[in-house]
Write a new protein. Structure first.
Length: 159
């Protein structure tokens, strides 16, 4: 079953704009779901802070490649945060040094995300969204202009 999906701006800085995907079923972004799941978890809150600190560095310096762990396939933009040892992974699309789209994530207690149905589902959602976004960009309906994605204001993607 395909889900109606939109892009929501989370925050912007001098260096980068961070977006997150939102499935219209509940109106909450995937990044918000990730934070809500772990912010009150005594065991994993410290790891959530590692992820949030990585996002802080990105807001300050930009979405530079060195801040991300490549995930997914060579043909997509799926990346993970943080790159150092941490029990949590937040999956995202790194479109440029100035634009990223956050997805969801969870506890990485397996060797690869494919070994976890939950993590694999988050990566697959981002891969599908990435493919749809690329099609819209090829058509010129959506463009990256500096730190901004244009053409997404009323755009609904079927993921």
């Amino acid at each position: 079953m395909k889900k109606n999906t939109t892009l929501e701006e989370i925050t912007t800085s001098e260096a980068v704009t961070i977006y997150s995907i939102s499935f219209e079923m509940d109106g909450t972004t995937e990044f918000e779901k990730f934070v809500q799941e772990f912010e009150n978890n005594a065991t994993l809150n410290r790891h959530l802070n590692y992820v949030l600190a990585a996002l802080g560095r990105i807001l300050e310096k930009g979405a530079l490649e060195r801040f991300f762990r490549p995930e997914g396939k060579v043909s997509d933009n799926v990346q993970a945060l943080p790159i150092d040892k941490c029990k949590l992974r937040l999956y995202c699309l790194r479109l440029s040094d100035e634009v990223i789209i956050l997805g969801n994530g969870g506890v990485k207690d397996v060797q690869t995300y494919e070994q976890s149905a939950r993590l694999n589902g988050y990566v697959m959602d981002l891969q599908k969204f990435d493919a749809l976004l690329k099609k819209e960009m090829l058509k010129g309906a959506i463009t990256i202009e500096g730190r901004e994605l244009t053409g997404i204001e009323d755009k609904v993607f079927k993921v």
